[in-house]
Design a protein around this ligand. Structure first.
Ligand SMILES: Cc1cc2nc3c(=O)[nH]c(=O)nc-3n(C[C@H](O)[C@H](O)[C@H](O)COP(=O)(O)OP(=O)(O)OC[C@H]3O[C@@H](n4cnc5c(N)ncnc54)[C@H](O)[C@@H]3O)c2cc1C
Length: 384
């Protein structure tokens, strides 16, 4: 049995994509005495259950930057990490029927273009010409981001983890963190099911359990887990490939190509906060209804399987990133809704900068701990 090392420079709680990305960027800067503590196995929680979409079409410039920097990393992932993550830049189409949302789209496009995001504004006729399988009769229009797309989140997490290990990072699977010790407003380390580890920096990247882990330090953060269900069809070739990510913003229904079939999902506004991972038949029927309304040809598709995964949600749909006020050395990056996979490379880099340099040039104001009490919140509108 390997001996238990009781110290680390940085202890990371959670072996999802955020945890392994942070570990990699710390080790890349020469800090190899990093331990990733994962209660189960790497990337089996939200990361492994994610759809793997990435986009730069956000309303908040801070989110645009997180995604832009991350997409750059995913674009050359194979070169840097030696891992094929099935990167497909197939594009994202956002659609709406509502005048008010259409106006929001147009103002978001202005913001996106100001930040050099390539995005096209398309009328219903133009949408129909390019993607004839879409029903556009009820639409105001759509926006298309040609540099958006999909990749495999599990393979990406493994790419980060393997490169981090090569740089000396320890990854302890099946090691649950049970406590965080704080003395005099400073983090001292963590308690785990296998023994304590003293560390001057501790990072909470526990995804859906982020609120629970924060409470171990006495912090009450407004982050909660919510089930999201997705379904995959049997092989389906009635739609010509490549199939972009199509998002029906008004009902939050989405679908895209998922070889050899199609993947689709939708948010349920009545879903309570829970750790439930089941799928349910009634909800599947609603998803199929939304699918057939937007792309009638999907009537011919047959559902093969489905699963439930957890989004981690804050009241303004933006994550919490940074060092906790009054808790020196205690960092977090939690609450990424449905866009944590695509932002993980930038967030890992940011965590390494905050821990090693004490600052970053990314704008973290919309992601601060104390924003929830303030009036001027900068939430994210493009959430699916
Ligand atoms: C159905 C679905 C579809 C999605 N689609 C997309 C998408 O298209 N694009 C996108 O960008 N994002 C998407 N997401 C969101 C994305 O998956 C998450 O934002 C991202 O994976 C979060 O990564 P994470 O590392 O923070 O969390 P996780 O992957 O959940 O990792 C957290 C880890 O912490 C561990 N942990 C928790 N508590 C402890 C403890 N006490 N001790 C030790 N370990 C602990 C857990 O076991 C877990 O492995 C989707 C999510 C779902 C559920």
């Amino acid at each position: 049995m390997k001996s238990w090392k009781k110290t680390a420079e940085v202890a990371i709680i959670g072996g999802g994509i955020m945890g392994v990305s942070a570990a990699y960027y710390l080790a890349k800067r020469g800090v190899s005495d990093v331990v990733v503590l994962e209660k189960d196995l790497l990337a089996q929680a939200s990361t492994g259950l994610s759809v793997g979409g990435f986009r730069q079409q956000f309303s908040n410039p801070a989110n645009i930057r997180l995604s832009q920097e991350s997409v750059r990393v995913y674009e050359r992932f194979e070169e840097e990490f030696g891992a094929d993550i099935e990167f497909r830049q197939v594009g994202y189409i956002f659609l709406t029927q509502k005048e008010e949302t259409w106006n929001d789209f147009l103002s978001d496009v202005e913001t996106q273009r100001k930040h050099n995001v390539p995005v096209e504004v398309l009328s219903p006729e133009e949408l129909k010409k390019r993607w004839p399988y879409l029903n556009v009769d009820d639409l105001k229009g759509g926006t298309f981001g040609p540099k958006d797309g999909c990749a495999d989140p599990y393979l990406a997490a493994m790419g980060f983890a393997n490169s981090a290990r090569k740089l000396g990072v320890r990854i302890e699977e099946q090691t649950k963190v049970t406590g965080i010790s704080i003395e005099g407003g400073r983090v001292q380390g963590v308690e785990t099911a296998k023994g304590p580890i003293s560390a001057p920096a501790v990072v909470n990247v526990a995804g859906p359990w982020g609120g629970e882990v924060a409470r171990m330090a006495g912090l009450d953060l407004p982050v909660k887990p919510y089930r999201r269900q997705v379904f995959v069809t049997k092989s389906f070739d009635a739609i010509p490939k490549p199939i972009p990510m199509v998002i029906d913003q008004d009902v939050t229904f989405y679908f895209c190509g998922y070889e050899p079939g199609i993947i689709m999902g939708m948010s349920d506004p009545n879903e309570p906060s829970s750790f439930n991972l089941n799928t349910d038949r009634d909800f599947l029927e609603k998803v199929v209804e939304a699918a057939v309304r937007r792309a009638p040809i999907l009537k011919k598709a047959r559902i093969l399987r489905g699963w439930g995964g957890l989004y981690t949600i804050t009241p303004d749909d933006n994550p919490i990133i940074g060092e906790a006020t009054g808790f020196k050395g205690l960092f977090a990056a939690i609450g990424f809704s449905g866009h944590g996979f695509q932002q993980a490379p930038a967030v890992g880099l940011i965590l390494s900068q905050l821990i090693l340099d004490g600052h970053t040039d990314f704008n973290l104001k919309p992601f601060s701990y104390d924003r929830f009490e303030k009036k001027e919140k900068e939430g994210e509108k493009r959430v699916v």
